[in-house]
Design a protein around this ligand. Structure first.
Ligand code: SF4
Ligand code: MSK
Length: 658
C-alpha cells in the first residue's frame, strides 16, 4: 500500500471513542492501529454501506436483473418482471427470516441428533445431566412420564421432537406450550408451523422469481417460518442443551478482557453450539494437560468464552467471558490468546488475518463452518476429546513459544448470569410455591411496569454497547424489568449491571422487588437460541393469569438495539408473530411510506400479533417500548394501580421529610 493510500484510509477512520464504549476493545483497537492491523471497526469506516441495499430496494433473484428501484420514489418503477417495491422488500425480508431460522434450526437439529445418540447408547461421551428437565419437557408436550424409566421417556421425547424439523403436516410439538388465544390467532391465519424444514423450504421457493408476489401472503409465511425457529428449532436446542448439560442457575462469574491471564495458557471458544465448549472444558481439566501447561512454564490453563457459546457456558458453568461479537478480533490483539476454537455462526472471516498477525492458532471444528486460512480439526461427537485435546496441546505449544508482547486490558466485571425460566420460577416463589404469580402480582400492583427483552448483537456501524447500555438503563429507571440474551447481556455486564447492587439504578418499584429477592434488575438468560426462554416466560405469565389471555395482551416489549445478523431478523419476526412489540436499532431494511412498511409496523398488530418498530436512538427506543407497555397496562385496566403506587412512594417520602 502506498503512503497516499494509507493516508486516505487513515483520514476515514473514526476516533476510537466514537466506535465503542467498551474500554478494553478501545484499548485493543488503538493497539491494532499502532501494530498496523485492521479490524472490523476500521473496515466499517472504509466500507460505505450500499444505500439501495440498506433500503432493500434491489432484487437479484434472476438474471433479468439485478433490478434497482428508487427508494425516494418507490412506486415510480417496477423490476423487469414487474415486481413491485412491496414484493421486492417482502421477498428480501423473507429470505433473511429463512436464513436466520435455518441457522438456529440447524443448530437445534444437531443438538437433537446428539441427544438421540446419547439415549440410544451410541454416544458415551455425553450424558443426561438433568433428568428432571427431561421429565418436565416431555410432560409439557403431553408425553406420559409417571412411573416410567428415564431412558424410555428420553426415547419418546427424541422421537416426538424430531417432528419439529421433519414433520410435513400438523403442528410442531411445542405448539402445545403456546397460550390458547395466541395459538387461535396463529390457526386463524394458518401460520402454525408444520416442521422447520418444510417452512424454510416453502419460504425459499415462494420467494423465487415469479412465485409469491403478494407481500401480505409472503409475510404470512415469514411468520410461520420464524415461529418454526422460535417455538421449534431454537426451543428444542435450549431444552436439549439443558437436558444434556444442566439447566442454568445463577452463578457468579467475570466478564471483560481482563479475564485473560498473562501467566496462563489462554484458550478462547467462540461460536454457538455447547458441544465443543463442553468437551474443551473436560480437556482443560485433564491432569496430564494441566501438567503439560505447567511444564511449559504456565501457571495453568485458562478457558474463556466469547460471543454466544461463551454466554451459554457462562450461564451454565460460570466460565469467564471476554467479550461480545464486536470484540472477537480485538481480543486477539492482546497477544495473550494461545488458541481460539470456533464452531458455527458469527465467526468473522477477518479473524484469520488478525490471528495470523499475533501468532494465535485459529481452529475451525465444524464441517459446516470452515474458513480459508484457519486450521480445521473436526469435532467428532463420538470422540470429541481428539479435537479438543489437540486444541489445548497446540495452545500450550504457542504459550511456550510466545513471540508477541502481551497487553491485557485490566478490566474485569463481576457478573451474575444463568437465570433460566425454571430458576426465575423458583426465585420468585421458593421451592414450595414456585410460580410466576409474584411477578404478575408486582406487574399488576405497578411496582414492575412491564418486562422488556433486550437481546442481540453488536454492530461496528454503531458505537459498540452504547445503544444497549443506554436503552437498558432507561428501561430499568422506569421500572421495566429487563431480560437479556446473547451479546447484549455482555454489553450490560461490562457496564456493571449484572449485580444485585445495580438495583440502585432502577426505579423505586423495580428496586424494591430486586432488593426483596436479591436479584439484579437485568437478568441474563443465555445465548441467542435461548430467546426461547423468554417465550416460555411470557407464556407462563399468560398462564398464571391477571395479564390477559394472549402474549399480545402482556405489558411487554422487545428490542435488538445493535443487531446485525439474519438470525436477529428471524428472532424479531417470531417475537412479533408471538404478539410482542419489537424495536430494532442501527437500520431497518425497508422504505417507509410503503404498504410493506405499514403492514410490519402497524397492520400485524391489527391482526392480533405484535408489530415492528425502529429507531437508532436508545432513549427514543426506551420511550417507544414504555409507551407500548403503558398502552397494554391501560387495556388491562391496571394503569391506575401504577399511578397509585408511584403516588404512594412520593407521599411516603414527603411524609418522612415533614
Ligand atoms: Fe428483477 Fe424481477 Fe428478476 Fe428480481 S425477479 S431481478 S425484480 S426481474
Ligand atoms: S452471537 S447473532 S452477534 S447475539 Fe449469538 Fe451475538 Fe448476534 Fe451473533
Amino acid at each position: 500500500m502506498t503512503d497516499k493510500e494509507k493516508k486516505s484510509i487513515e483520514s476515514k477512520l473514526l476516533d476510537v471513542s466514537d466506535v465503542t464504549i467498551c474500554e478494553a476493545t478501545a484499548q485493543m483497537l488503538t493497539k491494532a492501529r499502532r501494530d498496523g492491523v485492521e479490524i472490523a471497526f476500521d473496515r466499517a469506516a472504509t466500507m460505505k454501506a450500499c444505500p439501495i441495499g440498506a433500503d432493500s430496494a434491489c432484487c437479484k433473484h434472476c438474471s433479468m436483473g439485478p433490478c434497482r428501484l428508487n427508494s425516494k420514489d418507490p412506486y415510480g418503477k417496477v423490476g423487469v418482471c414487474g415486481a413491485t417495491i412491496d414484493t421486492i422488500m417482502a421477498r428480501n425480508f423473507a429470505r433473511m427470516v429463512a436464513a436466520g431460522s435455518a441457522c438456529h434450526t440447524d443448530h437445534g437439529m444437531g443438538m437433537l441428533e446428539l441427544f438421540g445418540e446419547v439415549v440410544t447408547g451410541h454416544n458415551q461421551d455425553y450424558s443426561i445431566k438433568d433428568p428432571q428437565k427431561l421429565i418436565d419437557v416431555a410432560a409439557s408436550i403431553g408425553l406420559e412420564t409417571a412411573g416410567r424409566e428415564i431412558k424410555d421417556i428420553a426415547i419418546d421425547l427424541h422421537h416426538e421432537l424430531e417432528k419439529t424439523y421433519t414433520q410435513v403436516n400438523g403442528e410442531i410439538p411445542f405448539a402445545k406450550r403456546v397460550p390458547k388465544k395466541t395459538l387461535e390467532t396463529w390457526r386463524k391465519h394458518n401460520i402454525v408451523p408444520r416442521g422447520a424444514m418444510r417452512e424454510i423450504m416453502e419460504m425459499m421457493g415462494r420467494t423465487h422469481m415469479g412465485e409469491d408476489q403478494d407481500y401480505e401472503n409472503i409475510v404470512n409465511q415469514c411468520s410461520r417460518t420464524a415461529l418454526a425457529d422460535g417455538w421449534g428449532g431454537s426451543m428444542v436446542s435450549t431444552e436439549i442443551s439443558d437436558i444434556l448439560y444442566g439447566t442454568p442457575v445463577p452463578v457468579l462469574t467475570e466478564v471483560n478482557m481482563g479475564v485473560l491471564k498473562e501467566n496462563m495458557v489462554n484458550v478462547i471458544i467462540h461460536g454457538h453450539e455447547p458441544n465443543l465448549f463442553e468437551s474443551v472444558l473436560a480437556s482443560v481439566n485433564t491432569p496430564t494437560l494441566v501438567e503439560a501447561a505447567k511444564a511449559a512454564g504456565a501457571d495453568g490453563i485458562n478457558l474463556v468464552g466469547m460471543c454466544c457459546s461463551g454466554a451459554e457456558m457462562m450461564s451454565r458453568h460460570g466460565i469467564p467471558h471476554a467479550g461480545n461479537f464486536s470484540s472477537t478480533e480485538a481480543v486477539l490483539v492482546t497477544g495473550a490468546v494461545d488458541a481460539m476454537g470456533v464452531d458455527v455462526q458469527c465467526i468473522k472471516q477477518g479473524l484469520v488475518k488478525v490471528a495470523e498477525c499475533y501468532g494465535t492458532p485459529l481452529f475451525t471444528t465444524n464441517p459446516r463452518c470452515k474458513i480459508e486460512g484457519a486450521q480445521h480439526i473436526a469435532l467428532d461427537e463420538n470422540d470429541p476429546r481428539a479435537c479438543t485435546d489437540e486444541i489445548v496441546i497446540r495452545a500450550i505449544s504457542r504459550f511456550k513459544n510466545r513471540k508477541y508482547p502481551v497487553e491485557i486490558p485490566k478490566l474485569i466485571n463481576p457478573s451474575i448470569h444463568g437465570f433460566s425460566y425454571e430458576y426465575i420460577n423458583y426465585m420468585l416463589g421458593g421451592s414450595f410455591r414456585g410460580s410466576y404469580t409474584p411477578l404478575n402480582d408486582n406487574i399488576i400492583n405497578g411496582r414492575i411496569r412491564g418486562v422488556a427483552g433486550v437481546v442481540g448483537c453488536t454492530n461496528p456501524r454503531v458505537k459498540q454497547d452504547y445503544v444497549h447500555v443506554e436503552l437498558v438503563k432507561h428501561l430499568i429507571k422506569n421500572d421495566v424489568l429487563v431480560l437479556q440474551t446473547g451479546c447484549s447481556q455482555i454489553a450490560l455486564a461490562k457496564a456493571g449491571l449484572y449485580t444485585p447492587e445495580a438495583a440502585y439504578l432502577a426505579g423505586p418499584g423495580l428496586r424494591e422487588v430486586c432488593e426483596t429477592v436479591g436479584m439484579p434488575p437485568v437478568l441474563g438468560l443465555g445465548s441467542c437460541v435461548d430467546n426461547s426462554r423468554i417465550l416460555i416466560a411470557a407464556s407462563e405469565m399468560v398462564k398464571v393469569g391477571g395479564l390477559g389471555e394472549s402474549i399480545a395482551d402482556l405489558p411487554v416489549a422487545g428490542a435488538a438495539p445493535e443487531w446485525m445478523s439474519e438470525k436477529a431478523i428471524a428472532i424479531g419476526q417470531y417475537f412479533v408473530a408471538s404478539g410482542v412489540y419489537t424495536v430494532f436499532g442501527v437500520t431497518f431494511p425497508i422504505i417507509t411510506d410503503t404498504k410493506f412498511h405499514k403492514l410490519l409496523f402497524e397492520g400485524l398488530e391489527e391482526r392480533g400479533f405484535g408489530k415492528w418498530g425502529f429507531t437508532p436512538d436508545p432513549i427514543e427506543m426506551a420511550n417507544m417500548m414504555i409507551a407500548h407497555i403503558d398502552k397494554k397496562r391501560k387495556a388491562l385496566g391496571i394503569d391506575k394501580a401504577r399511578e397509585r403506587t408511584l403516588i404512594d412512594m412520593n407521599d411516603r417520602r414527603q411524609i418522612a421529610a415533614a
